[in-house]
Design a protein around this ligand. Structure first.
Ligand SMILES: Cc1cc2nc3c(=O)[nH]c(=O)nc-3n(C[C@H](O)[C@H](O)[C@H](O)COP(=O)(O)O)c2cc1C
Length: 488
C-alpha cells in the first residue's frame, strides 16, 4: 500500500505593483524622440526619450512593474521614471497590484495629481484598523474602495478576499494576527492602504478610542458625511468631472425655471404692496441693482480705500465676548465675535483670503483679512500657485482674464463641528451663502462689481497656505473689482 501523499501548499507568487496607462490614453512617439500623451484628439507633451527608453515605454500600455525600473540601468531607468512621474502628474496612469499581468488584485486610481504609491514600513506588532472615513461602493460594474482622506482610490478586483480583510479591520488587529487569516491581504496591499489612510495605525498615545486614535484633533471633529461632502463637492481631492457638464441632457429634460403653480385660489399680492412700486427704500434699490459682474475695467482698478470700506461693511468684527455653555456640570467657556452678517450659532467660521491682482494702492499678492483688527496680512504664496488659483476662478466664470481681486472664503471647520453633530458642514455652506449675498449687496452699494464662484481647489489652497485641507479650507470664492459700465 502506498502512503497517502501530503498536498504541498503552493507558495503564492510575488505581488507586482505596476504603472499602466489609463485605457483612454495613447503614447505618441515621434521620429525626433519627442513623446506625447494623446487623449481624444488632444496631446500633452511629455519631453524626449532615447530610442531604448521609448521602446520600454510601450510596456506602459499593459503595465510596467515599478521595481523593474532600477534593473533597466541608471540611464533608461531614470528616463522611464521621469516619464512615469510626468504621466502620473497629469492623472494619466493607474497602478495595478497583482501576481501577474492578467491577475490584478486591486487597481489604484490616483485622485490627486501628485499621487505616487508608497509602502510605509509596517511592523508585526502594529495595530491596524479601518478608517471611519473609508467606504466601498459600486461604480458601474466595479467595486471601489475610497476615502476623502485618500490620495487614490482602490478598484477591487478580488472582492471576496479584500472585503473580508476590511471587515476584520473594523476592530483593530495586530498585523501578526491578520497574517494568520486565510487569504490575508499581502503586506504590500496593507502598506498601500495605510499610505492612503484607508487603513491606519492606531496611535496608542492618543487613547484607545477609535475615533480619537485616528489623526489629529481637527480630524476627530469631522463627521464621515461632512468630510466626504467637502472633499467631493469641489476641486482638488478627486478625479471626477466637476461643474455644469449636463451629463444627462440627452436622457432627462431640464426642470422649468419657474415651478408650475399649485391649483388653489390665488390671492394676488400686486395691489397690496404699493410701497414697493411707489417709493423704494435704499435696500430695495440695491437689491434691484444687484447683478453678477465677470469682466472688470482694468484701466480703473478698485482702490484700496474701496476695498477697506467693503471689508469693513461686510466682515469686520463688531464685538467680542465669552459665554459659559449651559451644561449641567459647568460647561466650557466659548468665545464669540459678532460680524455684520448672520452666522449659525454665532460661530462665524469663515475667513477671507484675498488674491490681489490689480488694486490701486495695494501691491499684488496674497493676503488674509484680519477681521479683528481690520487689516490685511500678506501670505508668502508661490507665484505659480497664486496664478493657478486665480486662473481657476477666471475659468469658473468663463473668462480668460483674472478678476482684480479674488476673495477665497475659507472655513475653520472645527469652530462649527466642535459644537454641531451631523449638520456642521451644511451650516457652514449656509453661512457662505449669507456672506456671498452680503458681499453682493455692499459692493453694489459702493458701485463695484463682483461674482460668486461655487468652486475652489482645496488642495491648491492647502499648498499655498500650508493649512491642511481638513483644518481650514475654501468653501467658496468671490471675484471682485470695478466692472466695465456696459459689459456685464
Ligand atoms: C453659490 C453661487 C455660486 C456661483 N458660482 C458661479 C460660478 O462658478 N461661475 C459664475 O460665472 N457664476 C457663478 N455664480 C453667479 C450666478 O451665475 C449668478 O448669480 C446667476 O447667473 C444670476 O445672475 P445675477 O447674479 O447677475 O443676478 C454663482 C452664484 C452663487 C450664488
Amino acid at each position: 500500500m502506498r502512503p497517502p501523499t501530503t498536498k504541498k501548499r503552493q507558495k503564492p507568487g510575488r505581488v507586482i505593483l505596476s504603472a499602466r496607462l489609463n485605457s483612454y490614453v495613447e503614447l505618441d512617439l515621434r521620429a525626433d524622440g519627442t513623446i506625447a500623451a494623446a487623449i481624444d484628439g488632444d496631446a500633452i507633451g511629455l519631453g524626449k526619450l532615447s530610442a531604448r527608453a521609448a521602446k520600454r515605454a510601450q510596456d506602459l500600455k499593459s503595465g510596467l512593474p515599478l521595481d523593474s525600473l532600477a534593473a533597466e540601468g541608471p540611464d533608461i531607468g531614470d528616463e522611464i521614471e521621469r516619464l512615469v512621474r510626468r504621466l502620473a502628474m497629469h492623472g494619466l496612469l493607474e497602478f495595478p497590484l497583482g501576481r501577474s499581468r492578467d491577475d490584478d488584485e486591486v487597481v489604484i486610481e490616483p485622485q490627486v495629481p501628485n499621487y505616487w504609491p508608497r509602502m510605509p514600513q509596517l511592523d508585526e506588532a502594529d495595530m491596524l484598523a479601518l478608517s471611519r472615513f473609508a467606504y466601498m461602493r459600486r461604480r458601474g460594474n466595479d467595486m471601489i474602495l475610497e476615502s476623502p482622506l485618500a490620495a487614490a482610490l482602490f478598484r477591487i478586483c478580488n472582492p471576496k478576499k479584500i472585503a473580508v480583510a476590511l471587515a476584520l479591520l473594523s476592530t483593530p488587529q495586530p498585523i501578526k494576527q491578520l497574517r494568520q487569516q486565510d487569504d490575508s491581504p499581502g503586506h504590500e496591499l496593507l502598506a498601500l492602504l495605510v499610505d492612503c489612510r484607508i487603513v491606519f495605525k492606531i496611535d496608542s498615545a492618543r487613547g484607545d478610542g477609535l475615533r480619537t486614535g485616528e489623526g489629529d484633533d481637527n480630524l476627530v471633529l469631522w463627521d464621515f458625511h461632512d468630510l466626504l461632502f467637502h472633499a467631493r463637492s469641489t476641486l482638488g481631492r478627486h478625479a471626477n468631472p466637476v461643474g455644469g457638464l449636463c451629463p444627462y441632457a440627452g436622457l432627462i429634460a431640464p426642470l422649468p425655471a419657474v415651478r408650475p403653480a399649485w391649483t388653489g385660489k390665488k390671492i394676488e399680492l400686486g395691489n397690496i404692496s404699493p410701497a414697493v412700486s411707489e417709493e423704494i427704500s435704499a435696500v430695495t434699490k440695491v437689491l434691484r441693482d444687484r447683478h453678477s459682474t465677470r469682466i472688470f475695467d482694468d484701466q480703473r482698478p478698485i482702490t484700496l480705500s474701496e476695498l477697506a470700506r467693503l471689508l469693513e461693511s461686510v466682515a469686520r468684527i463688531r464685538a467680542r465676548w465669552e459665554n459659559t455653555l449651559d451644561f449641567t456640570d459647568g460647561g466650557p467657556v466659548v468665545s464669540f465675535a459678532s460680524r455684520p452678517y448672520p452666522s449659525g450659532g454665532a460661530s462665524y467660521p469663515l475667513e477671507l483670503y484675498l488674491a490681489v491682482n490689480k488694486c490701486d494702492g495695494l501691491a499684488s499678492g496674497f493676503y488674509h483679512y484680519d477681521a479683528d483688527i481690520h487689516a490685511l496680512v500678506p501670505i508668502d504664496a508661490r507665484k505659480e500657485e497664486l496664478e493657478a488659483h486665480v486662473a481657476g476662478a477666471a475659468l469658473a466664470m468663463g473668462s480668460h482674464v483674472a478678476p482684480q481681486i479674488l476673495i477665497t472664503i475659507a472655513a475653520r471647520f472645527g469652530r462649527v463641528s466642535w459644537k454641531y453633530s451631523s449638520i456642521a458642514y451644511a451650516l457652514i455652506l449656509k453661512d457662505v451663502g449669507v456672506l456671498m449675498q452680503t458681499l453682493y449687496v455692499v459692493l453694489t452699494d459702493l458701485g463695484l462689481g463682483g461674482c460668486a464662484i461655487g468652486t475652489a481647489d482645496i488642495s491648491l489652497f492647502a499648498n499655498m497656505t500650508g493649512l491642511e485641507f481638513h483644518v481650514e479650507g475654501p468653501v467658496g470664492q468671490f471675484a471682485l473689482g470695478r466692472g466695465l459700465p456696459q459689459a456685464d
